[in-house]
Design a protein around this ligand. Structure first.
Ligand SMILES: NC(=O)c1ccc[n+]([C@@H]2O[C@H](COP(=O)([O-])OP(=O)(O)OC[C@H]3O[C@@H](n4cnc5c(N)ncnc54)[C@H](O)[C@@H]3O)[C@@H](O)[C@H]2O)c1
Length: 268
């Protein structure tokens, strides 16, 4: 039995690919042999393509809004006309939105924008992308949810609700795609150093408290974008051929326990 992950001949779309988890995933997918359609609203998406090409990979970079229906439909069509079809979509673009915890400080317009990008974006990727993947005989859609979607306390209220929505979306979509061989899963990252969490890391660095990051999880550290990219690569690949409708936490174990006072090790 072989367990190497090879995406040769596959076409993959990655959204939110100008930075952080999306950039790391686009690079890893390309390294595994996929042709990658790299999408983001930020112009740094072109730098991601340069990195991929410098490493011998191939793809195309495009600036678009992953929460806009016409833009997502156009992205799907453009990918098909450039590369002949789609096998994999990683719907990863997301924003934090409002103030941490701020249920009563937030307003409906903030909620609408967070839900538009974080939840409606993945919905649109599935709606327009799944028929194309089905036409290739099957494939994989991966979305980025968050530990914030599993329970409260890991981000603004609107953000948590949007990510909880993504977790339900992949379960629902997996069943709406029954018999198609199109799998839909999501990843729930814990705290990862990216553009989104830069303020947290900068604050800790400036305060000389970088070693406090990630102390609530049993790995006692924050995560790297590449550690999420590896999970995305697995779920995107045929090696995950029987994984469907699931939310996979990649969080150092953070979500495995209720918040309790750290008790140190258990005698090991
Ligand atoms: N960093 C973490 O700790 C963490 C934890 C859990 C989940 N996540 C999720 O991971 C995903 C990736 O975020 P990241 O941490 O890499 O942050 P990041 O800010 O480094 O990357 C997010 C990317 O998404 C892009 N983007 C935002 N809105 C967009 C839109 N409407 N259209 C197109 N692109 C858009 C941004 O331009 C950016 O390049 C997000 O969905 C985020 O919610 C991150």
């Amino acid at each position: 039995m072989s367990i190497s992950i090879d995406l040769s001949g596959k076409v993959a779309i990655v959204t939110g690919a100008a930075s952080g988890i999306g950039r790391a995933s686009a690079r890893l997918f390309a390294e595994a042999g996929a042709t990658v359609m790299i999408a983001d609203r930020a112009d740094a998406v072109h730098e991601t393509l340069e990195m991929i090409e410098a490493a011998g990979g191939k793809g195309f970079a495009t600036q678009m809004d992953a929460g806009d229906e016409a833009a997502v439909a156009a992205l799907i069509e453009d990918t098909c006309s450039r590369f002949g079809g789609i096998d994999i979509i990683y719907a990863n673009a997301g924003i934090t939105g409002g103030k941490p915890g701020g249920l009563f400080d937030s307003d409906a317009s903030e909620w609408a924008e967070v839900l538009r990008i974080n939840l409606i974006g993945p919905y649109l990727a599935i709606k327009y992308g799944a028929p194309k993947i089905k036409a290739r005989g099957g494939g994989s859609i991966v979305c980025t949810a968050s530990v914030a979607g599993l329970r409260s306390g890991a981000g603004p209220a609107s953000y948590s609700a949007s990510k909880a929505g993504v977790i339900n979306l992949v379960k629902t979509a997996a069943y709406h795609l029954d018999g198609t061989n199109v799998r839909v899963n999501c990843i729930c990252p814990g705290l990862i150093e990216t553009g989104m969490t830069k303020p947290v890391y900068d604050y800790a660095r400036d305060a000389g408290k970088l070693d406090k990051i990630g102390q609530l999880n049993p790995m006692k550290r924050g995560g790297e974008p590449e550690e999420i990219a590896k999970a995305a690569l697995f779920l995107a690949s045929d090696q995950a051929s029987y994984v469907n409708g699931q939310a996979l936490p990649v969080d150092g174990g953070l979500s495995a326990s209720h918040p309790i006072a750290p008790r140190g090790n258990r005698g090991i």
